[in-house]
Design a binder for this molecule. Structure first.
Ligand code: PLP
Length: 451
């Protein structure tokens, strides 16, 4: 999700309110002021059900009402799963859109570690980190993650979303007069953090270093500055120019914050992300990641200097006031991070699969988007068509790939986003490509001519 999405949401919201006023669903403040009456009278002017119905109807009319698939993954056999869509019992399917990128959620070491922790210490953590919820697993994992990124310390959160929101909002509040410079395609969780910080923000065009410099140069040289960006942008599969961004940060004395959610575990010799691969980790002040995608379990974190981590730990409500991750989850992540630090088999398998699928799509004339990473997006450009292709794939071919619609991507760029991993075989890819070509043909969509 990106800024455009949030802006889009705002636009929709004000349009919606406007519409509701027009339709008489909500009385205007002026009219309300003239109401003689009691709270009860005023309440009768609001039709909550109608407002909610209209909110959902809008999504249906735009073809982007979200339907969640009902599946169970088959333990140890990813990407195979069972789907409960019909009435004839579960049907076997192949999953093509999971963010368990390396199938670590099914890895025997991860499962064994979680089983062992469950048997040893039970299910939950028992509270916040401050009151009852700090365990040896949490401490060990934070040490492991700090080491992964070459930082002094790390801090765990209950998700990547929470880590971005809590860290960015807290950091900027601690820096009076801070201005945050944010890539226009940053994830919703970063946008939420920036917004919740209440500080000034400047949006730079996606990966546009010259634009960022323009914005930096126009600020007071003495005000605190933070540049926030991602490494791998997950819907297009492109990568940030990290060194160029760090050069600007040095020139204008700004802090740097990178979201490596779609890169940790997958890039760099030990899975430290693009910042490790590009030998830039030491130039970045805060590195944020998830434990729910390539590491296969759940949770989020930031890694930084001991001082910065101590500040976030001490001030961030999103860290302080919530029950910590279950030690069972943390034990699973610990096994996953440790494994991926010393094994590149999964990373190499994923890269080979992504390259092969892109090539098959290209050879077949399917509109595969340019992506320099493991993400393989296929442009459709229409929400209704994207949903229809996804529905046919599931119903007729046992292929699960979710359509990606606004607000996750801009309108008119709706797509299917494939995430092949080390466990997707060439046969699966061939069958998928043939199925897509058949559907493209059936729906009279254009295939690109071979070059
Ligand atoms: N950052 C980015 C770029 C993401 O795409 C996501 C989730 O999709 C998150 C953060 C949130 O991570 P999590 O799923 O662990 O909450």
């Amino acid at each position: 999700m990106e800024l455009a999405e949030f802006n889009g949401f705002n636009a929709n919201r004000s349009q919606t309110l406007h519409f509701q006023h027009e339709a008489g669903l909500i009385k205007s403040a002026r009219t309300r002021g003239r109401d003689s009456g009691s709270g009860a009278e005023r309440t009768r002017t609001l039709n909550y059900d109608q407002i909610f119905d209209q909110a959902i109807d809008r999504l249906h009319s735009e073809g982007r009402y979200r339907v969640f698939i009902d599946i169970l993954r088959n333990k140890g056999a990813f990407p195979n799963a069972r789907c409960f869509a019909g009435h004839n019992g579960p049907k076997p399917i192949t999953v093509w859109c999971s963010n368990d990128y390396l199938a670590m959620g099914q890895h025997p070491k991860v499962i064994a570690a979680m089983e062992e922790a469950l048997n040893d210490v039970g299910a939950g953590s028992g509270g916040t980190r401050n009151i009852g919820g700090n365990t040896h697993y949490h401490i060990q994992l934070e040490e492991e993650l700090a080491d992964l990124h070459g930082k002094e310390a790390a801090l765990l959160f209950t998700s990547g979303y929470v880590s971005n929101d809590a860290t960015l909002s807290t950091l900027a509040k601690l820096l009076p007069g801070c201005v945050i410079f944010s890539d226009e395609l940053n994830h919703a969780s970063m946008i939420a953090g920036i917004r919740n910080s209440g500080c000034e923000k400047r949006i730079f065009r996606h990966n546009d270093v010259a634009h960022l410099e323009e914005l930096l140069a126009s600020e007071d040289p003495d005000c605190p500055k933070l540049i926030a960006f991602e490494s791998v942008y997950s819907m297009d599969g492109d990568v940030a120019p990290i060194h160029a961004l760090c050069d600007l940060a040095e020139k204008y004395n700004a802090l740097t914050y990178i979201d490596e959610v779609h890169a940790v575990g997958m890039y760099g010799a030990r899975g430290g992300g693009i910042s490790e691969r590009d030998e830039a980790a030491h130039r970045i002040d805060l590195i944020e990641g998830t434990l729910g995608k390539a590491f296969g379990v759940m949770g989020g974190y930031v890694a930084s200097s001991r001082k910065v981590i101590d500040c976030i730990r001490s001030y961030a409500p999103g860290f302080i006031f919530t029950t910590s991750l279950s030690p069972v989850l943390v034990a699973g992540v610990l096994a996953s991070v440790r494994h991926l630090k010393q094994s590149s088999v999964e990373r190499e398998g994923q890269q080979a699969s992504a390259a092969m699928l892109k090539q098959k799509f290209r050879d077949a004339g399917l509109p595969v988007m340019d992506s320099t990473t493991h993400i393989v997006p296929l442009m459709v450009g229409d929400p209704v068509r994207a949903k229809k292709i996804s529905d046919i794939l599931l119903a007729e071919y046992g292929v699960y790939v979710q359509p990606i619609n606004f607000p996750t991507v801009p309108r008119g760029t709706e797509r299917l986003r494939f995430t092949p991993g080390p466990s997707h075989t060439e046969t699966m890819m061939q069958e998928l490509t043939e199925a897509l070509v058949e559907i493209w043909d059936r729906m009279e969509l254009e295939l690109r001519k071979a070059a």
